[in-house]
Ligand binder design. Structure first.
Ligand SMILES: *[C@@H]1O[C@H](CO)[C@@H](O)[C@H](O)[C@H]1NC(C)=O
Ligand SMILES: *[C@@H]1O[C@H](CO)[C@@H](O)[C@H](O)[C@H]1NC(C)=O
Length: 465
C-alpha cells in the first residue's frame, strides 16, 4: 500500500517536472520579450546617447502647415484615398522605416500594438526602442497637443526613432518636424460605441469609491463632476442625460465627446462637417501611414507587416482573454445622443475604415486575403508553441550611420506645465494627480507621494520650480 503510494508520488513528481520544463520552455521566449520591453521602458529614463550641445529647442503650437489643405474652406475630394500617405504599392523594402511614431490612444488595444512595434525596433536593431515618458505612462504634456517643451530632461533623438507612449497628436508640429522620410506613423482606432463603454467603465465605474495614490488619468472625470460627485450612474442613464450633463468647460470632457478625434489632434468640440472632413483628410494624407482598426485585427496586421517590411512572426502577440461585459443595447434616445456627441469619432472611424479598405484594394484583394490566411496559419502555430515565433534581433544600428543626433533636454518649468493643463482640460483635483502635486510642490516645496508611486521621481527628474 505504502509502496504503491510512493510510486504514485514518484510518477506525479516526474509528470510535474516534465510539465514544468515544458512550460518554462514555452514561456521563455515571451518572458524574455516582456523583460526586454519592461527594461526598455525603464531604460527609457536613462540617456542612451550622448547629448550634443547647442541644439536649439523650439516650441511649436498653432502655426500654419505647408500643405495648405487645412486653410482651404471647402473639402475637395475628401475621400480620395489614392492620395493616402502610404499605400501598400508604395512600399520600398529596400529602405524600410528607421523610425516610428505610434500614437498610443487610450482604450483602443494600443498596449498590444505598442509591444508589436517595440519588437520591430529590436528586430531591426534600431538605436532606441522608445523615447522616455515625461511622467508615468505619458508624455508631450497630455492632454495638451504634443509640445516640445515637454520632452523629458534626458533629451530625445532627432529624427525620431521610436515615440510610442500616450500623448496627443499635433498635426502642425508633426508634419513640420517629426514626420521625416523613414519615419512611419501608426495609431489604432476602435468602434466608437465600444470604446465609449470601455472608457466609461475604466475611468468612472471601476473607480467608484477609490482614491488612487498614483493618479495619472484624473480618475472619475469628467463623469463624476458632470454628476455632482455621484460615482455610480449607469451608462444608459448617462447617455439619456448627456445633453444636460455635458459641460464643455469641465476637465477631461473629451472623454464624453469625440475622444478619438481629440487624441488624434482635432478640436473635439467642433462638429462642423467640413472641419471634420478636412482634418480627416489631412490625417490620412499627411500624418498617418496607417490607422489600425481593432475590429480588423488580422487585416491590420498584414498591412502593418507590409508597412514595416516584417515577417509575420515578429508581430505575433498572444491573444489575451477579452473581458466579456453584459451589454444593454442603447435605446433610440441614447443612440441619438451618442451620435450627436461622437459625431467626429463616428466619421473618423468610417473614414479610416474606407482608407483601410482602399489599401486592401491597392494590395490586390485576392492576394491580400491569401496573406491574411498565411498570417493566421503562422499565428496558430505560435499559439501552439511560441518557439515558432522566435526571431533573432539584428545587431544594434549606429545612430551616426542613420544620421540621428541626440537633442539635449532641459527641465520643464512647473508653471509651464500647469498652464498647459489649465488650457487643455488637464487640471485635476484628485490628491495624487501630478497636477495637484506640482501645485503643492510650488506652494509648500514638498510633494506627498508615497513610495508606491514613481511619479515623484519623474517629476524631480524632469521639472524645476
Ligand atoms: C462647468 O465646469 C466648470 C469647470 O469645472 C465649472 O466652473 C462650471 O461651474 C461648470 N458649469 C456648470 C453649469 O456646472
Ligand atoms: C468598413 O468598410 C467596408 C467596405 O466599405 C464595409 O463593408 C464594412 O461594413 C465597414 N465596416 C465597418 C465596421 O464599418
Amino acid at each position: 500500500m505504502l509502496r504503491n503510494l510512493r510510486s504514485y508520488l514518484l510518477v506525479a513528481l516526474l509528470i510535474a517536472l516534465y510539465a514544468l520544463s515544458k512550460f518554462t520552455k514555452i514561456t521563455d521566449g515571451l518572458e524574455k520579450y516582456y523583460e526586454m520591453a519592461e527594461e526598455a521602458e525603464k531604460n527609457a529614463n536613462k540617456a542612451e546617447y550622448i547629448p550634443e550641445p547647442n541644439h536649439p529647442k523650439s516650441s511649436h503650437h498653432g502655426g500654419s502647415h505647408k500643405h495648405g489643405s487645412s486653410s482651404s474652406p471647402g473639402v475637395a475630394d475628401p475621400y480620395d484615398f489614392s492620395k493616402s500617405k502610404w499605400l501598400p504599392s508604395k512600399t520600398n523594402c529596400a529602405a524600410p522605416p528607421t523610425g516610428m511614431i505610434f500614437l498610443k490612444k487610450h482604450k483602443t488595444a494600443s498596449t498590444t500594438f505598442r509591444h508589436m512595434l517595440t519588437k520591430y525596433a529590436r528586430f531591426k536593431g534600431l538605436p532606441s526602442v522608445g523615447e522616455p515618458q515625461l511622467i508615468g505612462p505619458q508624455g508631450g504634456c497630455y492632454p495638451a497637443r504634443f509640445d516640445e517643451r515637454c520632452w523629458p530632461a534626458t533629451g530625445h533623438m532627432s529624427p525620431i526613432v521610436a515615440l510610442t507612449y500616450h500623448f496627443r497628436w499635433n498635426m502642425d508640429l508633426f508634419e513640420e518636424k517629426f514626420l521625416t522620410s523613414g519615419v512611419a506613423s501608426v495609431t489604432t482606432i476602435r468602434d466608437p460605441e465600444t470604446t465609449f463603454r470601455s472608457v466609461y467603465n475604466y475611468y468612472y465605474l471601476n473607480h467608484a469609491g477609490k482614491v488612487s495614490k498614483c493618479d495619472m488619468p484624473c480618475w472619475g472625470e469628467p463623469f463624476r463632476s458632470f454628476n455632482n460627485g455621484r460615482e455610480d450612474l449607469p451608462v444608459g442613464e448617462f447617455l439619456d442625460n448627456l445633453p444636460k450633463l455635458f459641460n464643455a468647460s469641465e476637465t477631461r470632457n473629451f472623454r464624453s465627446k469625440n475622444y478619438q478625434a481629440f487624441e488624434m489632434g482635432m478640436d473635439h468640440l467642433n462638429d462642423n462637417t467640413a472641419y471634420i472632413l478636412r482634418n480627416l483628410k489631412r490625417l490620412d494624407q499627411h500624418n498617418f501611414d496607417f490607422v489600425v482598426l481593432t475590429e480588423y485585427y488580422y487585416e491590420s496586421l498584414v498591412l502593418l507587416a507590409k508597412l514595416f517590411c516584417l515577417p509575420y512572426e515578429v508581430l505575433y502577440e498572444p491573444q489575451l482573454n477579452k473581458r466579456e461585459y453584459e451589454i444593454e443595447p442603447l435605446t433610440p434616445t441614447q443612440k441619438k445622443n451618442f451620435e450627436t456627441y461622437f459625431k467626429a469619432d463616428i466619421m473618423l472611424y468610417d473614414y479610416f475604415n474606407k482608407s483601410l479598405h482602399h489599401k486592401i484594394e491597392d494590395y490586390g484583394r485576392e492576394k491580400f486575403h491569401q496573406e491574411v490566411e498565411k498570417l493566421k496559419a503562422v499565428y496558430e502555430k505560435c499559439e501552439e508553441d511560441v518557439k515558432h515565433c522566435l526571431w533573432k534581433k539584428a545587431p544594434r544600428m549606429n545612430p551616426e550611420d542613420l544620421k540621428i543626433t541626440a537633442v539635449p533636454g532641459e527641465k520643464m518649468k512647473v508653471q509651464d506645465f500647469i498652464d498647459l493643463m489649465d488650457e487643455n482640460f488637464g487640471w485635476c483635483s484628485n490628491p495624487f494627480n501630478p497636477y495637484t502635486q506640482l501645485k503643492l510642490w510650488q506652494k509648500t516645496g514638498k510633494m506627498t507621494y508615497g513610495d508606491e508611486c514613481n511619479y515623484k521621481q519623474d517629476i524631480l527628474n524632469n521639472f524645476e520650480l
